[in-house]
Design a binder for this molecule. Structure first.
Ligand code: ZN
Length: 503
């Protein structure tokens, strides 16, 4: 079909897309390869590209091109790729146009300074240095929410940037249900659960062996190394330059196996999502994950529902044992399964087990809402954090380094992001249940340690659509119902009751 306005729009879309991906390459290289001395030059290069990107993505010309194409495509089915593209372009364009350039620069300047101070404050365990920066960032976030606009809650305007259509009230209700089911389960485990020994994970594991196994297990779960790359980073992440170039990073602890193993599986889940987006969506904003929460569902699915399952390790523990005969020669798959699933209320979110993890998120969700509404002045954050940890997890941090200074998000001006981690867990459980119910082959495959049928379902229901649909639409199409807490609660209740002998 000759569609001149759409073709003209696509040219602009491709240009913006390519600049964005070039920025990602610079950023990936900065984290993985670049000598420290290159940093200031790199920041300049990235700033120039960012300015260019902002100019193109907010120009009147671009807005007009979107509207001309929209008029041309009117009447096509709602799930047509080009119509979905126009929907997403309009949304992104409107959001970027709402922030004046001066505000964007101010936020970036304040955020960069806050990040540097936060890093030092965390090292020195000194919240008081970070406090004025946090106050300033909260003010700017409030202003940003006003610029974006919202109906009820300023928090909604920020959350919407990561999870289209999500609202604080609805997320809060789902989280309350998760909390109501999780807390009694944790109490039961503490009171009458059998004890689990995870010392086999804490032994010297040579890094070369960890890397060899990471490559093996990544391929086993379906990450395509021919269209990927495994690198090393302090804070592991996945990054995508194209569906045929979706890279992951991980970190290696010489005497603890879990971070590299589960970090790799997690990032593989993210990258496999991007590798599975449809070719036709490439070089547009549709050729990427749907939202932060849906993205996290894919990483959590591979890391936890697959990678921490009993059936997976029944099939793959022998290969791990062959890699580490000295360390694991005497252990068996069941002992390993128990060790990697030990439940232990702890202080640090990124080290939390599957059951307590969401409680860490619920705390952050409550606190950032309170800061944004003005109910919680930044100076009262450390105390509120301690109280919240005590209330939700029964443990309190001895200092702020292990408390409110542990995460990078707020210092990086990301407010409203945290809930997407827990939403990812809920989406993952609901999708997993739906996949098992839709095709007996999924369960049979998993029982044999294979993910092909599961991956087939995910490709069909989730991956290939990229960002065509909103998260609500996607989960409803894939599972037949809106996102709820039920599947997750069923999953953890059954898994941990069995593991801890509560049934
Ligand atoms: Zn993730």
């Amino acid at each position: 079909m000759a569609s001149t306005a759409t073709d003209a729009l696509l040219q602009q879309v491709h240009r913006i897309h390519d600049i964005g991906r070039a920025l990602s390459v610079l950023s990936w290289d900065r984290e993985v390869n670049m000598p420290k001395a290159g940093d200031s030059a790199r920041v300049q290069q990235m700033t120039t590209l960012r300015q260019l990107l902002h100019q193109f993505a907010t120009s009147d010309d671009y807005g007009a091109a979107i509207e001309s194409a929209a008029a041309e495509l009117d009447g096509l089915p709602e799930d047509d790729d080009r119509r979905c593209l126009v929907r997403v372009l309009r949304r992104d364009y409107d959001r970027s146009r709402k922030l004046p350039e001066a505000f964007v620069l101010e936020l970036s300047r304040v955020g960069a300074a806050a990040w540097t101070v936060w890093k030092q404050a965390r090292e020195d365990n000194d919240f008081s240095n970070f406090q004025p920066h946090l106050s300033h960032l909260v003010e700017l976030q409030r202003e940003m929410a006003g610029l974006y606009g919202y109906e009820q809650d300023p928090y909604d305007a920020l959350l919407d940037g990561y999870e289209e259509g999500a609202r604080a009230a609805q997320v809060g209700a789902v989280f309350a249900a998760v909390k109501a089911a999780t807390v009694p389960l944790l109490e039961a485990i503490a009171e009458r659960g059998r004890s689990i020994d995870d010392s086999l994970l804490h032994q010297p594991f040579p890094v070369a062996g960890q890397e060899a196994f990471a490559r093996h297990v990544g391929a086993v779960v379906g990450y395509d190394f021919a269209r990927g790359h495994l690198g090393t980073a302090v804070h592991p992440f996945a990054t995508v330059f194209d569906r045929n170039d979706a890279r992951i990073t991980t970190r290696w602890y010489p005497d603890f196996l879990s971070p590299s193993l589960f970090g790799t599986l997690h990032e593989c889940g993210h990258a496999m999502y991007e590798q599975g987006t449809a070719e036709a969506l490439a070089r547009t904003p549709l050729g990427r994950g749907c939202s932060s929460g849906i993205h996290e569902s894919q990483s959590r699915m591979i890391e936890n529902l697959v990678g921490r399952s009993r059936v997976f390790w029944r099939a793959h523990f022998p290969s791990l044992q062959a890699q580490f005969p000295q360390q694991l020669g005497q252990a068996d798959a069941e002992a390993f399964y128990r060790a990697i699933n030990k439940v232990q209320p702890s202080l640090i979110r990124v080290e939390a087990d599957e059951l307590t993890y969401n409680l860490h998120i619920i705390l952050r969700f409550e606190l950032e809402q309170a800061m944004l509404s003005g109910d919680l002045p930044a100076g009262d954050l450390p105390g509120a954090w301690r109280d919240g940890m005590q209330r939700l997890l029964g443990v309190a941090p001895p200092d702020d380094r292990e408390g409110c200074l542990q995460d990078v998000h707020w210092s990086g001006a990301s407010f409203g992001y945290f809930p997407t981690y827990a939403l990812g867990n809920l989406h993952a459980a609901q999708m997993f249940e739906a996949a098992l119910a839709s095709d007996p082959g999924v369960g049979l495959d998993l029982a044999a340690g294979r993910t092909d049928a599961l991956l087939g379902w995910l490709r069909e229901q989730v991956h290939r659509h990229g960002r065509k649909f909103s998260p609500d639409t996607l989960i409803e199409r894939a599972t037949g119902r809106p996102l709820g807490h039920e599947a997750f609660v069923r999953y953890v209740t059954s898994k941990f009751s069995d593991l801890y002998g509560l049934a």
